[in-house]
Design a protein around this ligand. Structure first.
Ligand SMILES: Cc1ncc(COP(=O)(O)O)c(C=O)c1O
Length: 394
């Protein structure tokens, strides 16, 4: 194949979804001197997000990492984590796993699946048989859905709760159903470069009313103040709290993970654009799949599932081949990086405590995985161009 010519455009892994027009809208809103701390606009965004995803409750917070922390905290304070045993994925994000360490849970790491790069369900079943954990947190890695049908049949057999980290998989679907609607709770990130951005931001979603109350408390100091009136009344009666003291009664161990109404306002402006962004990312992903099939490994969707990728992850045949490809990408001004964090169990935060987690697939992703750009600013023709560079460097 002929060597691809240098080009002047830089292809970035991440670009902002917040446009100049969006900022003008925020500025116009600010000119009316609205309240900026969390209030009505946050509630409006939460209702809009819950409608978009198709769940009853959404609790916005200040990052996807905070959303994960809130899921753990709510599960614990709602009494779902008596043994504190939780299965965590080897590939995902550090803050998918870290709350388990911070809150004194007993995490057990699960190998990555060759097809989805999510949980290897055979390894998972062995863990379930041996350890009987009550909870599991999974990541739909880079927008590739886990096999939720098989996971649910394991759930029926072994009885555990599922938390879904969807921080980088907005709009991915398994058998037509949106990820983030399978588990007891799910988290999404609205950081820069994700499918939509609120500058910093995140949200936890659930259909469970009790967990919703616990999420509201986890987000804000553990206090009673944010609970809906009927639930606040019930808690007041349970603890014999009079109305004067009630707002500043601290019911469960909480944090301050609140967003501001500025983030929520930006979210309300971003949300109508989300479906189009997802459509573009899906189209770009399909080009990568077509062009790189048989040349490099990458995650595969189950038939009928939809991958809504944040970046395209390719897996080289060796670390040396990866080095050749990324050197050429760099030369051609195409942004790249290692595959997420690779094997989380090899990072010091985990390995210093539990010893390095050795797992063939997660290790392979660590040694040979790398990212190729996929974002809403790229057209399929741009992706073709990136693939030309990759193929020439193989
Ligand atoms: C799977 C996953 N979980 C959690 C996060 C953390 O989100 P945030 O950066 O908003 O804290 C990320 C960030 O990229 C992620 O990819």
């Amino acid at each position: 194949m002929a060597e691809p010519a240098f080009h002047s455009q830089r292809f970035d892994l991440a670009v902002d979804t917040i446009s100049k027009a969006d900022l003008e809208e925020v500025i116009a809103w600010l000119r009316a001197y609205p309240r900026l701390t969390m209030a009505d606009v946050t509630r409006e965004f939460e209702a809009a997000w819950a409608r978009w995803l198709g769940v009853k409750y959404a609790v916005m917070c200040n990052s996807g990492s905070s959303a994960n922390l809130m899921m753990y905290a709510a599960a614990e304070s709602a009494g779902l984590a008596r043994t504190k045993k939780i299965v965590v994925p080897a590939t995902g994000w550090a803050t998918t796993v870290m709350p388990a360490l911070q809150l004194g849970w007993q995490p057990m790491m699960c190998e990555s699946d060759q097809r989805s790069f999510g949980l290897d369900l055979d390894c998972l079943e062995k863990l379930l048989q041996r350890e009987r954990p009550e909870t599991l947190i999974l990541v739909h890695v880079l927008g590739v859905p886990n096999d939720m049908t098989r996971l649910r049949s394991l759930q029926q057999k072994y009885d555990f709760e599922i938390m879904e980290d969807c921080c980088a998989s907005h709009g991915a679907r398994h058998r037509g159903q949106m990820v983030g609607t399978f588990g007891l709770m799910s988290s999404f990130s609205f950081y820069y470069g994700h499918h939509m951005s609120t500058v910093e931001g995140g949200v936890v979603c659930t259909n469970d009313e009790k967990l919703y109350f616990h999420l509201l408390m986890a987000r804000s100091h553990g206090w009673l103040k944010d609970l809906p009136a009927a639930e606040a009344q019930r808690v007041m009666e349970k603890y014999g709290v009079d109305p004067f003291r009630a707002p500043f009664t601290f019911v469960v161990p909480g944090f301050n993970l609140r967003p501001t109404d500025i983030n929520a306002k930006i979210g309300l402006i971003q949300l109508p654009k989300l479906d189009d962004t997802i459509r573009r990312r899906i189209a770009n992903h399909l080009v990568y799949q077509r062009r790189l099939a048989g040349k490099l490994d990458f995650a595969q969707a189950l038939e009928g599932d939809v991958i809504s990728s944040i970046s395209f992850c390719a897996v080289a045949g060796s670390t040396e081949q990866r080095r050749r490809i990324v050197t050429e990408l760099d030369r051609q001004k195409i942004d790249t990086r290692i595959f997420t964090a690779g094997n989380l169990g090899r990072h010091p935060f985990w390995a210093d405590r539990y010893g390095a987690f050795e797992a063939p697939m997660a290790d392979r992703l660590y040694r040979c995985g790398f990212f190729l750009p996929n974002n809403q600013s790229l057209e399929p023709a741009d992706v073709e161009r990136v693939c030309d560079v990759v193929c020439a460097a193989l």
